[in-house]
Design a protein. Structure first.
Length: 150
């Protein structure tokens, strides 16, 4: 019996180490997916508008915190953006994640980094606001990533 255990032990260890390597590769692949999603999200915000980008990348159960209030669900997000009828001139939102991590199961991820929001006010003055963002991402049934918290 001891001989069999000693014979199979190296094989078991080999399989376990391969599994860990595959997990690391998967997590790195998922991190790359999130970074690509963030990049496309920011590009859309710049090219097609902030509200369209947020509505495109929001999950149905997404939550935004704006002005110390929670906006819960994609329908309420749409109402928030529709209520902002007069958008500032030259409005822009730029951001890039400084950090990304993904769960070992590959279904949740988060990013954080710095953002800059700017616009031109009615006097022609450029107003700029800088801050830190934190986004939680959830893999959808179709394999895409949508944010559930921003």
């Amino acid at each position: 019996m001891k001989t069999k255990i000693l014979l199979y032990l190296p094989l078991i260890l080999l399989f376990c180490s391969c599994s860990v390597e595959i997990e690391k590769d998967s997590v790195e692949k998922w991190k790359d997916e999130i970074l690509e999603t963030e990049k496309n999200f920011a590009l859309m915000a710049g090219e097609e508008g902030i509200s369209k980008a947020f509505m495109t990348y929001a999950a149905e159960d997404a939550v935004l915190m704006r002005n110390d209030k929670l906006v819960i669900g994609k329908k309420n997000l749409a109402m928030l953006f529709e209520s902002q009828a007069s958008k500032p001139k030259d409005e822009s939102l730029d951001w890039k994640p400084d950090f990304v991590d993904v769960s070992a199961s590959g279904d949740l991820a988060y990013t954080y980094g710095h953002f800059t929001y700017s616009y031109t006010d009615s006097t022609g003055t450029i107003i700029e606001s800088r801050g830190v963002f934190h986004t939680v991402w959830k893999r959808q049934a179709d394999g895409s990533w949508k944010f559930v918290w921003d």
